[in-house]
Design a protein around this ligand. Structure first.
Ligand code: MSP
Length: 501
C-alpha cells in the first residue's frame, strides 16, 4: 500500500509565511499518519520558480531570476525542517530533470492533438500569472486579488484545447464525488466547468524565464503547466537511480488552498487526460488563514512569521494551533492571543501537565515502575476506538476533527485523574485500585500520544521515550498491548510545553 501526498509548490518571489507553513504542516500530518499505518509514503513539497511573478521580482531587485530563485527556494527548503515536515523530496521547477519531463509530457499533449497556434487577447495579471475573462476582473480593470490595474494583452501563443475536455471533466465530477472536497469547492469547480471552458495559452512568447518549448524556440511554457507537472515529474528523479512513477502515480492527495482551485480542478485533470496519464485520487481544498478578516498574503503584507513563533514556542505548538483553531477546509482567523491561550490551556495544561502529573505519581507511589494491572473497563472502549476513528477522519482529510477526537481522550484522562484521585487511593490498605488507576493513566497517555504523534511529533516522542515505548506505529495504539511491560521503569519527564520567556 502506498500513499503519495503533495503541497502546492510555492512561488519564490517572496519569503515563506504562515500560509505556506499551514499547507505543509497539514500534508505532514497526513504523511506521518499513513507511515504509522505501515504504508509506503511519499510526501512532496517544493518551489515554483518560473514565470512572470519571479521574473518581475528579480528585475525589481536588480538580480537574475535564477539567483532570486536560488535564494528564496532555500528559505522554503529551510522552513520544512523547522516545522518538522518529513517531506521525502523538495522539488524545484528549475531542476533540469523536471524541465525535461515537462517538455516530454507537453510534447506528447501536442502530438495527441490538443495544442494549436492562436492569438490570445484579453486581460492578464502578472502577479497571479493568470489570464482573466472580462467577467473576472473588477471595476477599473483591477485584479480582484491583487487590486492592481491590468493590461489587455495580445500575444501569439500555442493554446491548450481545454474546451474540448468539457464533457470529460463534467463526467469526472459526476462519477467521482470525492475527487475534490469539500463539497462546496467541488460544486464551484463543476459550475465553472459547466459555464463553458475557454482554451488557454500553453506557452508564452514574451517571456524567457521558463521551460523552453521544444518545437518553437521563441516560446516558453506558461508557468502553470510547468508548475502542475511537478507532481508527476518529481517521481521520476526524487530517488537517485530509481523511478517511482510506476509505484506512486497517481497521487493520493493534492492539498491546496482555494486560491488555486481552478488550476487544480480544471486545468490539471484536463492536462492529465490530454497526456494519457491517470488522474489523482483526490484534491482537498483548505481555507485561508485570515488576519483581522483578510487573507494573509505577501501582497497584502499582513503575515505572521512562522520562524518567530517556532523560536518562542516550538514547532509542535504551531502545528497544533493551526490544525486545532482553524477547521481544516474552512477559512479561519489566527491571532497571537488565540495562539497563546491554546498553548497555555490545552498543550501546557491538559496534555503537558497530565503527563507530568501521572509520571510524578508513578515515581512517588510505585518507584517509577509500571504497575501490573488491567486497564479500567470504564475508559478502555474510548481508548480502544481512538486509532480507528482518527484513521477514518484522516482518510477524509478531516484533520481538525481527528485532533478533536484525540483531545476528547486527553480531557477524559484529566477527568479520570480527578475522579480516581490516586493520592487518596494511595492512603488506603488495598493497593489494587491505585495500581489499576496508574496503569490506566499510563496506557491512556501512551495511546493518545501514539495517535497524536503525526500532529505533535516532538512532544509525543518525548513522552513515549519516557515510557520506554519505541514503536511509533498505530500497532502501539492498541490499549491492551503490554506497553510498557509491567515492572518496566518509566523515566522522569521535563515539562513538555514550558512557559515561554
Ligand atoms: N506556485 C503556485 C502553486 C503551484 S502548484 C502546482 C502558488 N504559489 S503560492 O506561493 O502563492 O502558494 C499558494 C498556496 O500557499 C496556497 O494554495 C496555500 O496552500 C498556501 N497559502 C498561502 N497563503 C495562505 C493563507 N493565507 N491561508 C491558507 N493557505 C495559504 O500559488
Amino acid at each position: 500500500m502506498s500513499f503519495y501526498v503533495t503541497t502546492p509548490i510555492y512561488y519564490v518571489n517572496a519569503a515563506p509565511h504562515l500560509g505556506h507553513a499551514y499547507t505543509t504542516i497539514a500534508a505532514d500530518v497526513m504523511a506521518r499518519h499513513h507511515r504509522q499505518r505501515g504504508e509506503d509514503v511519499f510526501f512532496l513539497t517544493g518551489t515554483d520558480e518560473h514565470g512572470e511573478p519571479v521574473a518581475d521580482a528579480a528585475r525589481a531587485a536588480g538580480i537574475e531570476p535564477q539567483l532570486l530563485a536560488d535564494r528564496n527556494s532555500e528559505r522554503f527548503r529551510a522552513l520544512a525542517p523547522r516545522i518538522d515536515a518529513s517531506n521525502d523530496f523538495f522539488i524545484r521547477t528549475t531542476d533540469a530533470q523536471h524541465m525535461a519531463k515537462v517538455q516530454e509530457v507537453l510534447t506528447r499533449v501536442r502530438e495527441n492533438g490538443h495544442v494549436y497556434k492562436g492569438v490570445y487577447e484579453g486581460w492578464y495579471c502578472p502577479r497571479c500569472a493568470d489570464f482573466k475573462a472580462d467577467n473576472e476582473i473588477d471595476e477599473g480593470n483591477l485584479c480582484p486579488i491583487h487590486h492592481i490595474e491590468l493590461s489587455r494583452e495580445q500575444e501569439e501563443n500555442y493554446f491548450f484545447a481545454l474546451s474540448s475536455f468539457q464533457q470529460r471533466l463534467e463526467a469526472l465530477y459526476e462519477e467521482r464525488p470525492h475527487f475534490l472536497a469539500p463539497r462546496t469547492r467541488r460544486n464551484e469547480a463543476l459550475s465553472f466547468i459547466r459555464s463553458g471552458l475557454r482554451d488557454v495559452p500553453l506557452t508564452r512568447r514574451r517571456l524567457t524565464w521558463g521551460v523552453p518549448v521544444p518545437w518553437d524556440a521563441e516560446h516558453v511554457f506558461y508557468v502553470w503547466f510547468d508548475a502542475l507537472l511537478n507532481y508527476y515529474s518529481a517521481l521520476s528523479y526524487a530517488r537517485p537511480g530509481e523511478d517511482l512513477t510506476a509505484t506512486l502515480w497517481p497521487a493520493d492527495c493534492h492539498l491546496i488552498a482555494k486560491d488555486i482551485l481552478r488550476f487544480h480542478a480544471v486545468y490539471w485533470p484536463a492536462l492529465l487526460m490530454a497526456a494519457d496519464l491517470a488522474l489523482p485520487e483526490r484534491i482537498f481544498v483548505h481555507g485561508y488563514l485570515l488576519m483581522e478578516g483578510e487573507k494573509m498574503s505577501k501582497s497584502l503584507g499582513n503575515v505572521l512569521d512562522p520562524f518567530e513563533v517556532i523560536d518562542r514556542f516550538g514547532s509542535d505548538a504551531l502545528r497544533f494551533y493551526l490544525i486545532r483553531d482553524v477547521s481544516f477546509g474552512q477559512d479561519g482567523s489566527v491571532s497571537t492571543m488565540a495562539f497563546e491561550q491554546r498553548y497555555a490551556s490545552e498543550l501546557a495544561n491538559e496534555y503537558g501537565n497530565l503527563a507530568s502529573r501521572v509520571i510524578a505519581m508513578l515515581a512517588r507511589y510505585r518507584d517509577g515502575r509500571m504497575p501490573d494491572a488491567a486497564l479500567d473497563p470504564e475508559i478502555a472502549p474510548e481508548l480502544q476506538s481512538l486509532a480507528g476513528e482518527v484513521s477514518g477522519l484522516i482518510d477524509e482529510v478531516q484533520l481538525t476533527q481527528g485532533l478533536d477526537a484525540i483531545w476528547q481522550r486527553v480531557r477524559r484522562l484529566n477527568r479520570y485523574v480527578e475522579e480516581k484521585a490516586p493520592w487518596q487511593l494511595a492512603k488506603q490498605g488495598d493497593q489494587a485500585p491505585l495500581d489499576a488507576a496508574l496503569a490506566t493513566l499510563i496506557t491512556g497517555l501512551r495511546v493518545v500520544s501514539v495517535v497524536a504523534h503525526p500532529y505533535l511529533p516532538e512532544a509525543t516522542g518525548k513522552l513515549l521515550d519516557a515510557l520506554g515505548v519505541a514503536d511509533r506505529s498505530l500497532a502501539a495504539a492498541v490499549p491492551s498491548q503490554p506497553l510498557p511491560a509491567p515492572g518496566a521503569p518509566i523515566a522522569s519527564l521535563p515539562p513538555l510545553f514550558p512557559k515561554p520567556e
